[in-house]
Design a protein around this ligand. Structure first.
Ligand SMILES: Nc1nc2c(ncn2[C@@H]2O[C@H](COP(=O)(O)OP(=O)(O)O)[C@@H](O)[C@H]2O)c(=O)[nH]1
Ligand SMILES: [Mg+2]
Length: 575
C-alpha cells in the first residue's frame, strides 16, 4: 500500500497524468474543472501491473496554492515529479523539489510530460535541464520517464517505473500508533462527519475510540472507506476516509489530527533542526513572522535560534518553535518553515524534542534518549516512551533514571535507612521510586515493613512490654519504665494498642470483641458498661478506654447507655 504525491510547476500536466493513469479526475472542484487549474488536493488510485495498489495525492502547482501542496505531501513517502518538455524547469519545479527535500522525501521518479509537442532537440535539452537541477538531491539518478498523457505515449513505461518505485519504497511502518492528519472534511448525507487523510504509524478500525487534536475531542469511527470501498480496517500507508461520531463537520478540518488517546505527547513547543535554504537572501533570526507546516497543519510559529544569533542561508542549525496550539508530535516529524510577509520558504527540518525542559540558551537538542533522561534525572518510562516516540522499558520501578540521578537516589535511600538504625525505616514513608531503589541496595534487610541495615537486631523484637500486656489482657499494667520512643514505635507497629492513656495487647482487643459479640448474641438490644466490665472481669478504669477503642474501630456503637453491634463487629471478631 503506497501513497504517491505529484509535484511540479503549474500546467506541466500533473493532473492530466494522474487522470490518464487512474481514470479518475483529481480536479474534483467545479472551479478547478472550469479553470483547468488544480486549486486543492486531488485523490485517485489504481492497481499497477504488478498488482500493487497505489493512491495518488495530486497537488496544485500554482504558487498561490502552495499551502495546499504542503498539506498533500506531508506523510507521503514517494513522489512523481513532473516537468513539461516544452517549458522545462520552472520556479515551482525548484520550490517543490526543495520542499520535498526539506520534508525528508527519499523516493521518486521524474516524468517528462507533453513530449508529443516538442522535437527531439527540445526534449534532449529538457532532460539535461532536469538532470542539472536535481543534482545533489534525492532525485539525482532517479528514473526519467517520457510521457505524453494525451496520446498515451509512454504510459506503459510509466506504470512499470511506478512498480519499481513502489518496490523500492519501504512500506509504511506499523508501530501500533496511528496518526491521521486530516486533509479534508465534509459531511456525507445521512452519516455525518467524514475526514480523509493519509494514515501513518498504525491501523484504524471501525469502532475505534480516538481523539481529535488540537482540543482532545473524543470521537468514534463509525465507518471507514479506502478508495471509495467500505472496509473494517485501514492499514498505515493508505488513504483513509473515516466517518466520525462525536464531532461536527464544522469542528474538524485540515490540520487537525486523529490519534488514539494516551499514545501521544501533545505539545505547542518543540526543538528541531533547521536546514536553511541556500537561496534565501537573508539570515534566519528571531525577527520575522513564520508559518510552520507540520503534517497537514499550518500554524503561525514563533522562532528562537538556538546556540547562535542567526542562521545564514545554507546553514543547518537548531531552533525552538512555539505554536499557538498543542499537536501530537514525535521526534522525527518533519516540518517546513515559510516566512509570512515575504511568502517564501525559509527552510525545514526535523522535530528533535517535543518537550524541551532546558531554557533555550542551554538547549542542545538531538534525538538521543539519554539526553531526554539526563535533562530530567528521572522520568517515568511511560512518559519517556511518549517523549521519544518508541517503547522504552523502565530500569527502576516504573522509572528510567540518569546515572547521576540513580547514584543520588541510592545514596539518599541508604542514608535514610542508616539514620533509622536498628528501629528500622518504615517503608510506608518512602515514595514509590525510593522503595524501588531500596530493592536494589545490598546490605539492607526488610522485615515487617521495616528496612534496616543488615545484621542490626531489632531492639524491640524481644521487648518485655507486649507480653506483659498480653498476660493481663483486661487489667494491663501501665508502661512504667518503658522508653517513650520505644513505646511510640511499639504502638506504631501495632504491638501495643493505646486508648485514652491506657495500653492493651492486640490480642486483648480481639478477645474483648469476641466476648462482647457473645453478650450481644443474647441481648441484641445492647449491653451496659457494667455488664461488659463483669464479663471481662475488670474495672471501669480499664473498660472505658477499651470501649472507646472498639467504638472507634466500628466493633461497637453507643446507643444511650448501652453498647450495640457496630458495623464491623463480625469482621473484627473473626479477624
Ligand atoms: N499535449 C499534451 N498536453 C498535456 C499533457 N499533459 C497535460 N497537458 C495539457 O496541459 C494543461 C495543463 O495540464 P494539467 O494536468 O492541468 O497540469 P497541472 O497543473 O500540472 O495539473 C492541460 O491543458 C492539459 O491538457 C501531455 O502530456 N501532452
Ligand atoms: Mg493540476
Amino acid at each position: 500500500m503506497h501513497v504517491i504525491a505529484t509535484a511540479g510547476h503549474v500546467d506541466h500536466g500533473k493532473s492530466t497524468l494522474v487522470r490518464a493513469l487512474t481514470g479518475i479526475d483529481p480536479d474534483r472542484l467545479a472551479e478547478e474543472k472550469e479553470r483547468g487549474l488544480t486549486i486543492d488536493l486531488g485523490f485517485a488510485w489504481v492497481a499497477l501491473p504488478s498488482g500493487a495498489e497505489v493512491s495518488f495525492v495530486d497537488v496544485p502547482g500554482h504558487v498561490r496554492f502552495l499551502r495546499n501542496m504542503l498539506a498533500g505531501v506531508g506523510g507521503v513517502d514517494a513522489c512523481v515529479f513532473v516537468v513539461a518538455a516544452p517549458e522545462g524547469w520552472k520556479p515551482q519545479s525548484e520550490e517543490h523539489l526543495r520542499i520535498l527535500e526539506l520534508l525528508g522525501h527519499h523516493h521518486g521518479i521524474i516524468v517528462l510530460t507533453k513530449v508529443g509537442v516538442v522535437d527531439d532537440e527540445l526534449r534532449e535539452l529538457a532532460l539535461l535541464d532536469i538532470e542539472e537541477h536535481v543534482e545533489g538531491t534525492f532525485l539525482e539518478g532517479a528514473e526519467i520517464v517520457e510521457v505524453d498523457a494525451l496520446s498515451g505515449h509512454g504510459l506503459d513505461e510509466l506504470r512499470a517505473a511506478l512498480d519499481r518505485l513502489v518496490e523500492r519504497t519501504p512500506t509504511a511502518v506499523d508501530v501500533d500508533r496511528p496518526r491521521l492528519w486530516v486533509d479534508r472534511s465534509f459531511s456525507a448525507t445521512g452519516s455525518g462527519t467524514v475526514v480523509t487523510g493519509t494514515l501513518a504509524g498504525g491501523s484504524l478500525d471501525v469502532d475505534d475510540a480516538l481523539i481529535v487534536e488540537p482540543g482532545g475531542t473524543e470521537v468514534r469511527i463509525r465507518a471507514i472507506q479506502s478508495r471509495k470501498e467500505v472496509v473494517d480496517r485501514v492499514e498505515p500507508g493508505s488513504r483513509a476516509a473515516c466517518n466520525l461520531v462525536g464531532v461536527a463537520r464544522t469542528d474538524i478540518g485540515r490540520g487537525d489530527v486523529l490519534v488514539r488517546p494516551g499514545q501521544w505527547w501533545t505539545t505547542a513547543t518543540f526543538d528541531a533542526s533547521l536546514q536553511v535554504l541556500d537561496s534565501l537572501d537573508h539570515p534566519v533570526s528571531r525577527r520575522g513572522a513564520y508559518h510552520v507546516y507540520l503534517g497537514t497543519a499550518e500554524h503561525r510559529g514563533a522562532l528562537r535560534v538556538l546556540g547562535v544569533e542567526a542562521l545564514e542561508p545554507g546553514d543547518r542549525g537548531f531552533v525552538r518553535i512555539h505554536l499557538p496550539v498543542a499537536l501530537p508530535l514525535t521526534p522525527g516529524d518533519r516540518f517546513l518553515l515559510r516566512e509570512t510577509g515575504r511568502d517564501e520558504t525559509v527552510g525545514g527540518g526535523e522535530v528533535l524534542d517535543v518537550d524541551p525542559v532546558l531554557p533555550a540558551a542551554r538547549a542542545t537538542p538531538d534525538r538521543s534518549i539519554e539526553r531526554v533522561v539526563a535533562e530530567r534525572g528521572e522520568v517515568e518510562a511511560e512518559t519517556l516512551s511518549l517523549l521519544v516516540g518508541e517503547r522504552v522499558e523502565p530500569t527502576i520501578g516504573r522509572w528510567v533514571l540518569a546515572p547521576e540521578a540513580e547514584a543520588a537516589a541510592r545514596e539518599r535511600v541508604r542514608a535514610a535507612v542508616d539514620e533509622a538504625g536498628p528501629l528500622g525505616l518504615d517503608l510506608a514513608r518512602l515514595d514509590e521510586l525510593d522503595r524501588a531503589v531500596l530493592d536494589l541496595l545490598d546490605g539492607i534487610e526488610i522485615d515487617g515493613g521495616l528496612a534496616r541495615p543488615a545484621g542490626l537486631v531489632d531492639p524491640l523484637a524481644d521487648h518485655p512490654y507486649p507480653p506483659m500486656l498480653a498476660a493481663a489482657p483486661f487489667s494491663p499494667p501501665p508502661p512504667d519504665g518503658v522508653d517513650r520512643g520505644e513505646l511510640r514505635e511499639l504502638i506504631r507497629r501495632g504491638d501495643v494498642v493505646e486508648s485514652d492513656g491506657q495500653y492493651y495487647a492486640p490480642s486483648a482487643i480481639a478477645e474483648a470483641t469476641r466476648r462482647i459479640r457473645g453478650l450481644l448474641a443474647a441481648q441484641p438490644d445492647g449491653v451496659t458498661v457494667a455488664e461488659i466490665r463483669d464479663e471481662l472481669g475488670t474495672t471501669r478504669k480499664h473498660v472505658l478506654p477499651l470501649l472507646a477503642h472498639l467504638d472507634g474501630s466500628g466493633a461497637t456503637r453507643r446507643r444511650e447507655d448501652r453498647r450495640i453491634a457496630g458495623p464491623r463487629l463480625d469482621q473484627l471478631a473473626d479477624g
